[in-house]
Write a new protein. Structure first.
Lengths: 416, 416
């Protein structure tokens, strides 16, 4: 089987009648995809198993005492998502291990991993966080999907244990991941391959302005405490603040807006916004997060509104590690490919694992920058080129002295 | 019975266990209130009837051939609304007719009317519009409440006909209405009584910006087509435009905002806003409505968004008529009251009837400007003073030559 044949087979699992692919974590389609993955690994002569959380692992044993090289990504999708996000990275691992096994190559052990629930049906990166041992066990028992399904119930029903399932990371030398870019940079640069410099950190917060509901016809303009007018003023100033940071790769988005009472002839008395910022500079992220709070306070005071600001979530940036990144750079050069170097605005399993072991990532272009939708697309020739680069880098890393790999790039791992 | 006793009795109907009063049009509580009103009229010796739509009418006959003086308002409330909005105007009519009847006063016939559905459960002012003959009969058959109840079903179940029920308006000399201000102007001015100069017209529109949903982490800031960023920019500019019109009494509100997909890590691709402007100058309203469209187009172009603007509803301002307004002014002066003169930003049944016959309105203060909530409050002594002014004005109008009344203040009546 080649990558193209495997990809064609995987694309038959979880086809959504309403369009795209729906393989939400621990759903029947997701379970079928993981079973298929392990079965394909066994066919290719690899050891196949699940860990206690349900992450699927293929392993090619190697020289005794050498730390393993991991290749990972995910098989779950968002609802009506695309065929490429996550899937191609898992198939790349299968392909690399199959080639290594078939070719009788020697070196360190190698694993291909499909992490569960990268898309966060039950919370961010629940599979790789379980393998990293980063979960608060009590919080796991409360985790729920938007449809009310509990993580504990879904994991147990699939035959696994809803708890941390930490591995011995001292026996791991490096982590590599191939993923679609999910943005327009590579396509616009006309480049087939990207090498990730760092995975952006993020700060998420909820900002609520509370004013007073009044009759839209009777309240004079200069006496209103209009929560949406305040929210709009804040949103404009927030975007100006983010755009003014031209030096970095800072991104800021207000994706969630809820207005109450949301009636045509009533001045809104409450607007709640969900806001996030991302960037690869930890200092800049923290500084901007602080300035956002000051800005919201100033606007609330000027508009006669009350402010409730909550910091919901904070993840530090994870720089990619020199060792595996250089292996990818060298492999690309050997194959005559000139990759672009870019940060990843989206987080990935590499952003979790990369806090513990040296990690690096390859990106392939996303047509039109689209992802999380049925239109998601990458040329298969570009994916095959990336797999060749990945294969070559793994061969080098398998033979490298473990001590030659750099320290993990992430800051101190911290439980959520 | 006095006004205070009647008000205490009416306040027992439709008390909502969750707070305030809920007498939605044609609900059991609303039907009970109208039955109570007609029964009280009969007790007071007045002729009591419903028209074909269910508007409740008390009538004191007078000199043959003289056109009638109408006193109207409404008994329905919004959900968990206040006790005063509408109710005190209907009770004022009952009180004035009772006094006239008890005192044996002579003059033109007088009616006290409780219009159905002023609060628009089934559409704006369905009762007074039915009496004015302004409904599109076909549209009435489709009218529905937010809870799915059809107007046709609710009206028929109450024993009435869901159709226009026009009266012979040539037999009407003037219309008067007493209402709470629903705004803060009278209270802040320290005045017990307001005389309305005009009822504001309004323009309602729906503005939709459509952009592109992208991953909040991967889409560069300068390549986004963020529908909420465009909407916020528009909302800021819209408020500046309204506030810049300092000469008039223009008000502008964005009360409804719907964001899609409304997810934390996705750039919004669609924002729909419900916007309204109100003012007493028809020319200014139309001019500003046009400029709003131009502004939305400019911002859509600058932000790379598509625009869909729909004009939903248009009501011209209704100036109050000289004849009945002067009668109210003179009555107030006779009683030693110095009323404020102010426009009504909210529409009222007087804004419907006033397009056909000469109409005028009295306002009493709303504490804190609040209405449509359980906290709605006006001192009963202020209401009684207003009833005295209304009584005196009606006495004068009953004796006036019908030809002495001014033309109706509204522009050409137009069906919706």
């Amino acid at each position: 089987m080649t990558f193209r044949e495997d990809f064609a087979a995987l694309r038959r699992i979880g086809v959504d009648p309403e369009g795209g692919w729906s393989r939400p974590a621990f759903s029947p389609a997701d379970i079928e995809a993981h079973e298929w993955f392990l079965a394909r690994g066994r066919e290719a002569g690899l050891a196949a198993r699940y860990d206690a959380f349900g992450n699927a692992i293929l392993r090619l044993e190697g020289e005794t005492g050498r730390p393993a090289i991991l290749i990972g990504s995910h098989l779950d999708t968002v609802t009506r998502g695309g065929a490429y996000d996550g899937a191609i990275g898992v198939l790349a691992g299968l392909e690399v291990l199959s080639r290594l096994h078939a070719g009788g190559h020697r070196g360190a052990p190698v694993e291909a991993i499909a992490f569960r629930d990268e898309e966060g049906r039950f919370g961010p990166f629940t599979g790789s966080r379980a393998m990293a041992g980063l979960h608060d066990a009590e919080a796991l028992t409360r985790a729920k999907a938007a449809d009310g399904t509990t993580l504990a119930g879904a994991v147990a029903a699939a035959g696994f244990t809803p708890d941390n399932a930490p591995r011995d990371w001292s026996r791991v030398g490096a982590y590599l991941e191939l993923h679609i870019e999910q943005g327009p940079v590579l396509e616009q640069a006309g480049v087939d391959l990207g090498i990730v410099t760092a995975i952006a950190g993020q700060e998420r917060m909820s900002i609520r302005f509370v004013g007073q509901a009044d009759h839209a016809g009777t309240a004079p303009m200069d006496q209103r405490r209009d929560a949406f007018a305040g929210a709009a003023r804040f949103a404009e100033a927030f975007r100006r603040m983010i755009r003014a940071e031209k030096g970095g790769d800072l991104r800021g988005t207000i994706g969630v807006v809820k207005v109450k009472p949301n009636l045509g002839n009533v001045i809104p008395d409450e607007v709640t916004m969900g806001l996030e910022i991302r960037g690869t500079s930890a200092g800049l992220l923290q500084g901007v997060a602080t300035r956002i709070g000051v800005l919201a306070e100033e606007i609330a005071a000027a508009e006669g509104l009350q402010l409730r600001l909550r910091r919901l979530y904070s993840d530090a940036p994870v720089p990619m590690a020199d060792g595996p990144r250089t292996a990818l750079e060298d492999a690309a050069a050997d194959l005559g490919v000139a990759p672009a170097r870019l940060p990843s605005g989206a987080n990935h399993d590499a952003g979790i694992v990369g806090r513990i072991v040296p990690a690096a990532m390859l990106f392939v272009p996303s047509r039109g920058g689209r992802s999380h939708c049925p239109e998601e697309y990458t040329d298969e020739s570009q994916i095959e080129l990336a797999i060749d680069v990945l294969f070559k880098a793994v061969c080098v890393l398998r033979r490298a002295d473990g001590a030659g790999l750099a320290e993990p790039g992430g800051l101190q791992a911290r439980p959520r």
